[in-house]
Design a binder for this molecule. Structure first.
Ligand code: CU
Length: 154
């Protein structure tokens, strides 16, 4: 909730790259309503690369697409899917209407490359998610232990 509120505030005062004139606030049904939950980064073993996981939920009937991810701690963040045990870099991921896009251990994941510093457990990492239609979301994701498992909580 805090992260979402912060993201909304940030999106409101930002960049203004793709502002459409005259789209003054309304609950436009053609717009995706996105929120991020279950985000975490396991403390990386190496100093050059880290993984990240999160869930993006879409409450509206409009689908969207995650097109890029960036972070303050990484020179580059790439998006990967895991198919049959092999991972594959993707340039976008669909966020279905009334559905969710899940990044989780063993499945889709984010990879933080060219790390500027090594994230330590207890810290937070800022992530900016860019979508095809919705405005960008900025979230802070917690760094957990290297063996953290969300289903057990540790
Ligand atoms: Cu990967």
């Amino acid at each position: 909730m805090t992260a979402l509120a912060a993201a909304t505030a940030l999106a409101g005062c930002g960049s203004g790259s793709s502002g459409s004139p005259g789209s003054s606030g309304s609950s436009d049904a053609s717009r995706a309503e996105l929120s991020v939950s279950a985000s975490y980064m396991p403390q990386p073993v190496s100093a050059d690369m880290a993984a990240g996981f999160l869930t993006i939920a879409n409450r509206s009937g409009a689908k969207d697409e995650l097109t890029s991810v960036s972070s303050d701690i990484a020179g580059q963040v790439t998006m990967h899917s895991t198919v049959g045990g092999a991972m594959e870099e993707k340039t976008s991921f669909a966020v279905p209407a009334h559905g969710q896009l899940v990044f989780k251990s063993g499945g889709n994941h984010l990879m933080f490359e060219k790390l500027k510093r090594k994230p330590e457990q207890g810290q937070k990492v800022t992530l900016k998610l860019t979508f095809a239609k919705s405005g960008p979301l900025t979230v802070e994701i917690p760094v957990k232990s290297a063996t953290y498992n969300p289903s057990t909580g540790h």
